[in-house]
Design a protein around this ligand. Structure first.
Ligand SMILES: [Zn+2]
Ligand SMILES: [Zn+2]
Length: 292
């Protein structure tokens, strides 16, 4: 079956390389698509506008960052009242922190690579990043363009366990259940994004497949109790075994299964927009559930 829906894409307002308009246009041929930038909704209006013009169904959305036992867990908020000022202000606390963190990471990376220090503001200004924070891909892109450092090298250095890794300021992030309540308060519904990543991180953290899994199920039960209604089962971050596992989990917990490419424009050029697994009927069912 041809992909009909893409519930997960990024624009240059987070760590994707293209504008929301281009991302919407790239989804031409799909029945529905959503822009889910990290912790901000700056690109939503432009995306909705373009999608409407070219006849793609959509909902305002974002991908929120949370921490569970120090492990990053991403939760999508769909059909939220994105224009609400209080809602936007709360998200700014997260992106301000992300921006401070991005500066520290880049400074540290350049120091470790023995590169001359630069003015961070200047790096941001000269990039195509348009969002409230400088996304990780933009730093990697700068290092590649200016210093020939491959994405692989900078990614390794700056990811958890890498020498230039800087942890999040925890007090600026919500707990997963808090984020779900926040999303619901502003009229939307929540979806656990690429759960395989959270599971892998919990396994690594606990150094045990079994303990990691137990923690993951604890998290999942908490999320469902807080009102989680969907799970991104179909994601390029999942292999076939994981997809099968999350398919079963979603069924067991009665969660709507979503599909997303997690496309970041040219930063993830191998991942095409649109993902098999979710039909347009599923998309409409998801939206109906939000409004029921
Ligand atoms: Zn994510
Ligand atoms: Zn994403």
């Amino acid at each position: 079956m041809k992909p009909q829906v893409d519930m997960h894409m990024h624009s240059w307002y987070s760590d994707g390389s293209y504008s929301p308009e281009i991302m919407a246009m790239a989804a031409t041929g799909l029945q529905a698509a959503c822009l889910t930038d990290h912790d901000n909704v700056m690109g939503v209006a432009e995306f909705l506008d373009t999608a409407q013009k070219i006849g793609i169904d959509t909902m305002p959305a974002f991908e929120g960052s949370t921490l569970f036992h120090g492990v990053e867990v991403h939760i999508g908020g769909y059909d939220i009242n994105y224009q609400n000022q209080v809602f936007q202000k709360k998200l700014l606390e997260v992106t301000d922190m992300r921006h401070r963190r991005a500066e520290r990471i880049l400074t540290l990376t350049m120091k470790l690579l023995d590169l001359p220090q630069v003015d961070f503001k200047e790096v941001v200004r000269e990039s195509d990043s348009h969002g409230p924070y400088f996304g990780a891909w933009w730093s990697r892109d700068y290092l590649l363009k200016e210093h020939g450092i491959s994405y692989q090298v900078s990614k390794q250095l700056t990811s958890r366990g890498g020498r230039a890794y800087v942890p999040y300021e925890e007090e600026c992030l919500m707990q997963p259940t808090e984020l779900i309540e926040f999303i619901k308060y502003y009229g939307g519904e929540a979806c656990l994004m690429h759960p395989g990543e959270a599971l892998r991180r919990l396994v690594r953290l606990t150094n045990s497949e079994q303990r990691g899994r137990t923690k993951f199920y604890t998290l999942l039960r908490q999320l469902v109790e807080a009102g989680l209604i969907a799970m991104e089962v179909f994601s390029p971050k999942h292999n076939i075994e994981e997809t099968t596992e999350f398919f079963d989990i979603a069924k067991r917990f009665n969660l709507i299964m979503t599909a997303g490419s997690d496309n970041h424009g040219r930063f993830t050029s191998k991942v095409p927009i649109g993902r098999e697994g979710m039909s347009y009927d599923d998309f409409k069912r998801f939206r109906e559930k939000i409004h029921s």
